[in-house]
Design a protein around this ligand. Structure first.
Ligand code: SF4
Length: 451
């Protein structure tokens, strides 16, 4: 709340975010042009995710059986700690000192870098945006563009401070500096860690989309590859990528297709020239099965993390990604975080919405986001997570709305005082209310008397 109030008044922050989102808005229509019927494509994608999520257990076991046949190892982690313990066990077995990591929101969710650092293991982010955020010791600001809130001048200053570069380098020169630093790490690292955009049930593979080639390097150089992925990322078949890849690219960045799309279905096979000797896939639950058992909210598991709903949200555009203080920000973050974590503690996110419906309008897989935000509010009240004062306030409001006589009680001065001075929450960020001297009933009677 405090952070969002500060950010909402920070005009420079708003300028940078609006500038980056305007560039996104300009490219998305170009991406959409590749579909003969983009609404149908989104509908089809939603149906495919529905099929996968309704049979999630079977699809995941199918994935495991296929991957295992090709020498991959699947690990099931119920929560963040289990996933971290498994990563640590592998690191110990490999005597690992350095890890190269490609961008993955799931690793943010389990605070992997912090954990590895505590255990003396260097974990280097290799996606440029994530690398910038890591240098600045900040979490990602956006699920697709982690450093969206930084201008090129901010990044140049950061590189001067942290990497001792010359001042005023161009974006191209800054990229080359990062490239040079990162190349050393790929060669040195014993383990590469990636997330996955999709789990491919029918072939036992994972699909990774990226624009920099860093995920490929993270999986090609180190001898061990660990994938950490949320269980909801499953799709029925490798063939479905023909739809999901262009859809993710269009709604994520406005591209027709992301620059590098890789399918990995096991460690290096006999006769293959490159790839890791070992591949582990950690399938993470961490609260996702809570969402699965909730019939209404289940469709939030269809999310392909394109970030379109963040870019469309008037709240996100003003308060930015960090004010949510959650791994997943924006509308989708507000929908899933109370279920992934704790409804009582995180229910306030469901109120961080004007319910304008723009998020639902732009969602790549047509998730009814604004309705799910309402559903969360309902569930918060039903589960008793709403505070006592809020419950009383709604009861009074309901009674007054149902009984005209209650609304007519008191004069305008008393009502103004009650709302503007006693219930100050209403006027905290709004102008004072000014009730009319006459009630609606009085005005109505007068009007009809005249006739
Ligand atoms: S909820 Fe929809 S729009 Fe938002 S990130 Fe997920 S797929 Fe994209």
């Amino acid at each position: 709340m405090a952070k969002s109030t500060i950010k909402a008044a920070d005009l420079e922050h708003r300028r940078k975010v609006h500038f980056n989102i305007s560039r996104y808005n300009a490219t998305v229509p170009l991406g959409k042009a590749q579909f003969s019927d983009v609404h149908l494509a989104r509908e089809k994608a939603k149906n495919l995710k529905w099929r996968a999520i309704e049979r999630l257990d079977e699809r995941l076991e199918e994935f495991e059986a296929h991957l295992t046949k090709r020498g991959g190892k699947v690990i099931w982690a119920e929560d963040a700690q289990q996933a971290l313990d498994e990563v640590m066990a592998i690191c110990k077995a490999k005597n690992c000192k350095t890890i190269v990591k490609s961008k993955s929101m799931v690793t943010e969710e389990i605070h992997l870098n912090h954990f590895l650092e505590k255990h003396g293991i260097e974990s280097v982010e290799t996606d440029l945006g994530e690398y910038i955020q890591q240098l600045d010791e900040e979490p990602p600001y956006h699920i697709v563009t982690p450093a969206m809130h930084k201008s090129k001048e901010d990044i140049a200053r950061l590189f001067v401070e942290k990497l001792n570069t010359a001042p005023n380098l161009t974006p191209e020169q800054l990229t080359l500096v990062a490239r040079e630093k990162l190349r050393e790490k790929y060669v040195k690292a014993e383990i590469g860690i990636t997330g996955a955009n999709f789990i491919l049930a029918d072939i036992g593979g994972i699909a990774v989309s990226e624009n920099e080639g860093n995920a490929r390097l993270s999986t090609a150089f180190p001898k061990t590859h660990i994938v950490i992925v949320g269980i909801e990322k499953v799709i029925p078949s490798v063939n479905d990528l023909a739809l999901f890849w262009p859809l993710l690219a269009t709604y994520g960045t406005g591209q027709w297709i992301t620059s590098y799309n890789t399918i990995i279905s096991g460690p290096r096979q006999p006769g293959e020239p490159d790839g890791p000797d070992e591949m582990y896939v950690i399938l993470l639950d961490n609260g996702r099965t809570n969402i699965l058992e909730n019939e209404k909210n289940r469709e939030s598991l269809y999310c392909i993390r394109c970030g379109a709903c963040l870019n469309a949200c008037p709240v996100y555009k003003n308060i930015g990604g960090h004010a949510y203080e959650a791994t997943y920000s924006g509308p989708i973050g507000s929908v899933i975080t109370p279920h992934l974590k704790d409804m009582k503690e995180w229910k306030h996110l469901s109120y961080a919405s004007s319910l304008c419906g723009n998020c639902t309008e732009v969602c790549a897989v047509k998730i009814n986001l604004h309705e799910l935000l309402l559903e969360n509010r309902y569930e918060a009240v039903e589960s008793g997570a709403a505070p006592w004062a809020e419950k009383i306030a709604w009861k009074v409001w309901k009674q007054a709305s149902l009984h005209r006589s209650m609304m007519n009680m008191g004069n305008d001065k008393l009502k103004n005082w009650m709302i503007n001075k006693v219930f100050k929450g209403w006027t905290h960020s709004r102008a004072d209310l000014n009730f009319t001297p006459k009630t609606f009933n009085e005005m109505w009677r007068e009007k009809h008397k005249k006739k």
